[in-house]
Write a new protein. Structure first.
Length: 612
């Protein structure tokens, strides 16, 4: 885990301002995390990083240290937690950050490889920890790496996240301050007390890791059962265990941080039979993002497992930091293993958790579901069936979590949030996606009163009923066709970097095209539209620049409505803040493949024309 005797910078090195400035052009700074290529290229697996990468690691630690000093002005000695995912460059980046913390007089707690939900659960419940820094590039290719920062159980959001990013930009562009930071680290590295302190941090990592695992297990039990502790939690755990016992699940860890987590033992404690593949850290055998082709190994493993033992019914694949976990399942009727789309996964979890909450007591009148702007309208249909209301935020987990937090402070009950476009779910009291939350939502859906087929037909089943195939549950959910935001069709190369100007051109094009196409759209019951602009936690209804602020880079949706004013489809787009890319999506209610493709082609043409 590093050599305490080896300083990170060569003797006499004071930084390279020109190289830093050039490298910053490819550094992505967003509310949900910072990232860049730290390895030799996107897919390189070397452990070393160049000097510019080390400068960035030092600067990231320095601005977070400044943030903590402002946040905890009365603390005698600050103790931030630091963890990494299983990327090859993580240990070197973490070592530079630890040296900065030590030079600042902090007493950091280093966990080495740990999943992001685990470090967040630990820091949320440990009063002696002053925030966390996490080295990860989440679902990006293995050569990438980056940083997430947070307090308690969630990453920084809103103004705090953007201020930290601006502080980072200011520091890395200041030649004098960067030279001083590098000199401070290099000077401290020569001292024997720094070497001893660093060696101690490495040797203490297993101890902190054991504590974080225990804290995470206790926390995820609260999430799964909906009970804080005591007999009620125990009874719910027993009930879920009866439902799950004897069923089998495949986990394709893909060498992620969850390899060193609680997953396998925790699932087995509920009576599940678990088969794990690619279960050693860094055993990364396919794309990091758990979508499409990256789920094929799990699908194949599930087919083989089910052929040998029919108890195996579904599986999941996490991303590298372990907060996403998309699903494959075995269709017993068709005898095939199927990959669920991100939108399907979230819809199932949403239905299950709302039903679970209702079956354990009447839902409060102010019950809400919070999603991102690119989530399918099927969530509105699901929520309506429970008397719940859907609120939407701009894409970005930090935005969704911030909106849910705001609603709770206003008296709303928000058990489930998430981004349908990315899959997975955030179940309260968690404020981060978690594969175990998703897995247990599906278990509750399969074997309990939550099954949509049972509810629709008015049948009541006791939790533990084993005859509710996942395929049947999916078929009973609202029918929608949705273009996934990771599909090739959804990714458009657009040269324009002025989001506001592009959107104004798009609006003019849409008005022109609506007049030309409205008669055709009326065949499908679409007779009106409404524009929605999303920025952070805010949704503004209306067309034009007046409904956007700042960089105007949030998501834009065109809701397509029927004559009663109900939304039946949407066209969505959102530009990248750092790449010449616009992502689009189309969502259509019902089984209407012709309309679906028509809207994809229309949206693609309009965004391309606006981007010229």
């Amino acid at each position: 885990m590093g050599d305490p005797a080896a300083p990170p910078f060569p003797r006499g090195y004071t930084g390279n301002a020109a190289a830093r400035e050039a490298a910053m052009k490819n550094f992505i700074l967003s509310a949900s995390g910072w990232r860049r290529v730290f390895a030799a290229d996107d897919e390189a697996r070397g452990e070393e990083i160049d000097l510019i990468g080390k400068e960035f690691a030092a600067a990231a630690a320095e601005v977070f240290a400044d943030f903590l000093v402002r946040r905890f002005p009365k603390a005698r000695r600050l103790s931030p937690a630091l963890g990494i995912d299983s990327r090859f460059t993580g240990p070197v980046i973490a070592e530079v950050m630890l040296r900065v913390f030590l030079a600042r007089g902090f007493k950091p707690r280093y966990l080495f490889i740990v999943s992001s939900p685990e470090i967040m659960a630990w820091t949320a419940g440990e009063p002696g920890i002053h925030g966390f820094a996490y080295v990860s590039a989440s679902h990006n290719p293995v050569g990438h790496n980056g940083f997430k920062f947070g307090l308690g159980g969630s990453v920084l959001g809103g103004g705090q996240a953007w201020r930290l990013a601006e502080d980072f930009r200011a520091l890395t562009s200041d030649k004098k301050r960067m030279s001083g930071l590098i000199n401070k680290i290099s000077t401290a590295a020569k001292k024997s007390e720094t070497k001893e302190a660093l060696a101690a941090l490495f040797s203490e990592a297993p101890h902190w890791k054991n504590l974080s695992r225990a804290a995470y297990e206790a926390f995820i039990l609260r999430v799964i059962t909906g009970k804080d502790k005591g007999e009620a939690q125990t009874a719910m755990r027993v009930a879920i265990g009866k439902a799950a016992r004897g069923r089998g699940i495949v986990i394709d860890f893909n060498g992620s941080s969850r390899c060193l987590g609680i997953d396998k033992n925790f699932l087995e404690s509920f009576g599940l039979v678990v088969k794990a593949i690619n279960a050693r850290p860094r055993e990364i055998t396919h794309a990091v993002e758990p979508d499409g082709q990256a789920l094929e190994q799990c699908r194949d493993a599930l087919i083989k497992a089910n052929k040998h033992d029919p108890r195996f019914i579904f599986g999941y694949v996490p991303d590298n930091d372990g907060d996403r976990g998309n699903i494959v399942f075995y269709d017993e009727a068709a005898r095939v293993s199927r990959i669920l789309s991100a939108q399907e996964v979230f819809a199932l979890a949403c239905f299950s958790e709302l039903a679970f909450a209702r079956n354990n007591g009447r839902l409060p009148p102010k019950t809400a579901v919070v999603v991102n702007d690119a989530t399918s309208l099927r969530i509105e249909r699901i929520a309506e069936s429970f008397g719940a209301k859907v609120f939407r935020a701009e894409t970005g987990e930090a935005n969704v979590v911030a909106l849910a937090r705001k609603l709770r402070s206003g008296g709303w009950t928000v058990r489930i949030t998430g981004e349908g476009s990315n899959g997975g779910n955030i179940t309260w009291p968690s404020e981060v996606r978690d594969p175990l939350s998703t897995v247990f939502a599906i278990l509750k859906l399969l074997f309990g009163d939550n099954n949509p087929a049972a509810i629709k037909k008015g049948r009541r089943k006791t939790i533990g009923h084993p005859q509710s195939p996942l395929r049947h549950a999916i078929e009973k959910l609202p029918r929608f066709l949705t273009l996934g935001t990771t599909a090739n069709e959804a990714r458009l190369n657009i040269r324009s970097k002025d989001h506001g100007a592009l959107k104004e051109r798009y609006e003019a094009i849409f008005l022109r095209e609506w007049e030309a196409r409205k008669n055709y759209l009326m065949r499908y019951g679409i007779s009106g539209w409404e524009e929605l602009n999303y920025e952070g936690t805010v949704c503004r209804r209306g067309m034009g620049r007046a409904y956007r602020t700042g960089r105007q880079s949030g998501g834009l949706s065109m809701l397509l409505k029927d004559k009663k004013g109900a939304a039946r489809a949407f066209l969505w787009m959102r530009g990248s803040g750092t790449e010449p890319i616009y992502r689009i999506s189309v969502d259509v209610e019902g089984d209407k493949p012709q309309l679906f493709q028509y809207l994809i082609d229309w949206q693609t043409a309009m965004v391309r024309e606006a981007g010229k």
